[in-house]
Design a protein. Structure first.
Length: 454
């Protein structure tokens, strides 16, 4: 009896001791202290000793990777950081620094993958926001490199290998006498791309890729409307169909849009029915263009697809015009002006989600630096610990492949705001909005009677 009591007291005291040790401040290793102090060269020796003492010391291995990065030994940095991640796949610090290593070596694809994982595993912190913005710039840089390579390899591209369900949308030519309408080219194409991307059977080329190709080829609007341009653009963009057209003003407020598309493999242009209406009905006209193109292409929509296309991101015409100007400024590299235009659109319609994304995107572009900021590992780890302690969060993160943000299909759900419109069988036009939109409520209905999929 006494023996059991003594054993219980011994175990209880050991438990108390362990508890007190756990509450005490964690003693940092000499190597970690030097890393935190920014003395990277001096940290190498104690880190070597720590790894030699215990080759499973993931923290020391990762810190050695950080020291190698800052002492410009990028090959060694890559090796140590990858080894750390192989042993601790949730190490946000290793993802952060490995992304910087790959970026500095010009390996954009690998850098993008590492930054994706860092953003996925990190909570909402300034470092996470910085890298999320940096990702957008790096993806744009990767896209620019792809476009240059495509033009260099143009002669060897085989249009026969292009998927039949791929489609690109060119800018519609402004035939009005009003230069203010020119910015509508960007907004109209942006909306058509967003709506076509809601059709599950289509692969849609994003507008950024189109703009980069236009810039690289040095095409002006006269070049875009040339008869031979659409087949060439389709070949370079990997699109079997290319939507194009013109718009003109028949009166002070009346607009006429003439859409159509080119079957790239056959080199055949197929016109769709012209669309006309007032500028205040612009969203209705855009939906009519989309449904006309879908009808002319012989594509059958499901009921959810058709209902999704009917949704509009704003009914405020002035907000939309500001958004169009933002896109135009962004394409010209005037990121400050672009952001101001997007913010103006948000001020007129706070629910205009594409404008909010435009403001975030241009802020990332304007604040981009040659190298990402150095963040102390302790700060990155503290954020990770906060995330791990969130209720209901699993202890092991899912290792999913990074999202391809070039894929417009992965973003279509975010490209529209809630609040729609009529049932597809309704004969009575309904409107969206709560009365706060300056541009007026735009009735959106299906005026093209398309067959539905079974």
């Amino acid at each position: 009896m006494i023996r059991h009591l003594l054993r219980f007291v011994s175990i209880f005291c050991a438990g108390i001791l362990l508890f007190l040790q756990g509450c005490a401040p964690v003693q940092k290793s000499p190597g970690r202290e030097l890393i935190e102090a920014g003395q990277y060269a001096q940290a190498v020796r104690p880190l070597k000793m720590a790894i030699a003492e215990d080759y499973r010391n993931v923290e020391a291995i990762r810190d050695m990777g950080i020291a190698m990065y800052h002492t410009r030994k990028l090959n060694l940095a890559q090796g140590f950081l990858r080894l750390a991640l192989s042993r601790l796949p949730e190490d946000v610090v290793a993802y952060y620094y490995l992304g910087m290593v790959y970026e500095e070596r010009g390996q954009l694809e690998q850098a993008i993958q590492q930054y994706h994982k860092f953003v996925e595993l990190s909570p909402a912190t300034q470092a996470r926001d910085t890298i999320a913005g940096r990702l957008q710039v790096l993806i744009r840089q990767r896209l620019a490199a792809e476009i240059k390579a495509l033009i260099d390899q143009e002669a060897s591209l085989d249009i026969a290998q292009t998927p039949e369900n791929s489609i690109a949308v060119l800018y519609f030519a402004n035939l009005t006498q009003n230069a203010d309408y020119t910015v509508l080219q960007k907004g109209l194409t942006d909306m058509i791309i967003t709506d076509l991307a809601k059709v599950s059977g289509l692969v849609v080329v994003e507008r950024a890729r189109l703009q980069m190709l236009i810039d690289e080829m040095g095409l002006g609007m006269s070049g875009l409307v040339a008869e031979e341009t659409a087949p060439r653009m389709g070949k370079l963009l990997g699109a079997a169909r290319v939507v194009q057209g013109t718009f003109a003003a028949s009166s002070a407020e009346e607009i006429r849009i003439n859409p159509g598309y080119t079957q790239v493999k056959e080199g055949l242009y197929v016109p769709a029915d012209p669309i006309s209406g007032t500028l205040q009905e612009f969203y209705q006209l855009e939906k009519d263009v989309v449904f006309n193109v879908i009808d002319a292409a012989g594509i059958q929509l499901s009921r959810p697809e058709r209902e999704a296309i009917q949704k509009i991101p704003t009914s405020n015409l002035l907000a939309f015009m500001a958004y169009c100007r933002g896109l135009d400024y962004e394409d010209k590299g005037l990121y400050g002006d672009a952001r101001e235009s997007f913010k103006s659109a948000i001020n007129m319609d706070p629910g205009f989600a594409p404008a909010a994304r435009g403001a975030e995107r241009t802020q990332a572009f304007s604040s981009f630096t040659a190298r990402p900021p150095v963040v102390a590992p302790s700060a990155l780890l503290e954020g990770a610990r906060q995330r791990q302690s969130e209720p209901g969060r699993a202890s092991t993160a899912r290792m999913e492949p990074p999202v391809d943000t070039n894929d417009i299909l992965s973003r279509t759900a975010a490209n529209v705001t809630p609040g729609f419109v009529p049932g597809i069988d309704s004969r009575k036009p309904t409107t969206e909005g709560d009365g706060t939109s300056i541009g007026g409520n735009v009735p959106i209905e299906v005026r093209i009677h398309l067959p539905l999929k079974d």
